[in-house]
Write a protein that binds this ligand. Sequence first.
Ligand SMILES: N[C@@H](CCC(=O)N[C@@H](CS)C(=O)NCC(=O)O)C(=O)O
Length: 331
Amino acid sequence: MRRASLNLASSLLSRTLAASSSRSAAASSSFPAPNRFLHSALYRTSTAGGSNNHRRCFSSLLRPYTAASLGFAGALITSLAATSVYQEALAKEPPPAEALPNDVVLYQYEACPFCNKVKAYLDYYDIPYKVVEVNPLSKKEIKWSEYQKVPILVVDGDQLNDSSAIIDKLGQKIMPKKKANENDEETKWRQWVDNHLVHVLSPNIYRNATEALESFDYITSNGNFSYTEKFSVKYAGAAAMYFVSKKLKKKYNITDERASLYEAAETWVDALNGREFLGGSKPNLADLSVFGVLRPIRYLRAGKDMVEHTRIGDWFTRMESVVGESSRIKP
Ligand SMILES: N[C@@H](CCC(=O)N[C@@H](CS)C(=O)NCC(=O)O)C(=O)O
């Protein structure tokens, strides 16, 4: 019965897409269409834009004290010193200019969690990159590549595939002295992101008709779709992913998707164990991975619920602040 509904959803999507673009449908036939949306969660670039709020608020709170009596001067100096220590702790970690690659191109889906994981890394380390938005139906932008998933990162002509491998290889290029995977805790939590956290996301953002439509509204508004694809993908995709997400729930033994999301968020906060970041006063690769995959869903219903019902909000806000503005090169 479930398989039947899944097939129905898939064929509904395929038929609608075929109607909207025969070329796209033909090109997509080698991959089941719903899988292309499987992990395509939503991403609001505005979250990065608001990233300095925390710092701004902190310093503007101090402003009235500058007019206070001398009796407060000592306290003020202490506060200012604390602020600058705090700001330094929240500073990005750009690699030395000579280590920066000359040309970095990210082939991505704007809403894909794996792509957003790579972007969190590039943004945090202030590595300028161009973006090529791939059409998930035709994939014509990555026709040149044997590897047919995103993200793909091309660094000075070298092709890197797979989000975690991309981050490791790029790290070796720009920070050769920093040994990859030298920290067991960091490795363990990066694996937790790839093996557990990402699987909890789809059942949540396609949980019911309203949320599936909310998700696809964002995907189609921000992805690389033709005008006709936008409309058909939004409705057919939302319907298909609603059914696929039920299948995923079963596959990953999820009974209550929200409870699983909250549990994952709480598990992460427990892992922080009172630290600002898993990496201590600065984020490490596990912080960047968790942040990257959650960023697309943060301002959807699922992400809002997660922040309302768990303790993850403060860490997430710190991450928004420290990752800061995107280093993406605007076309
Ligand atoms: N393990 C890979 C997974 C990448 C992945 O599954 N990407 C999805 C998009 S979110 C994809 O390209 N799927 C194939 C498709 O769209 O046809 C990674 O971490 O980069």
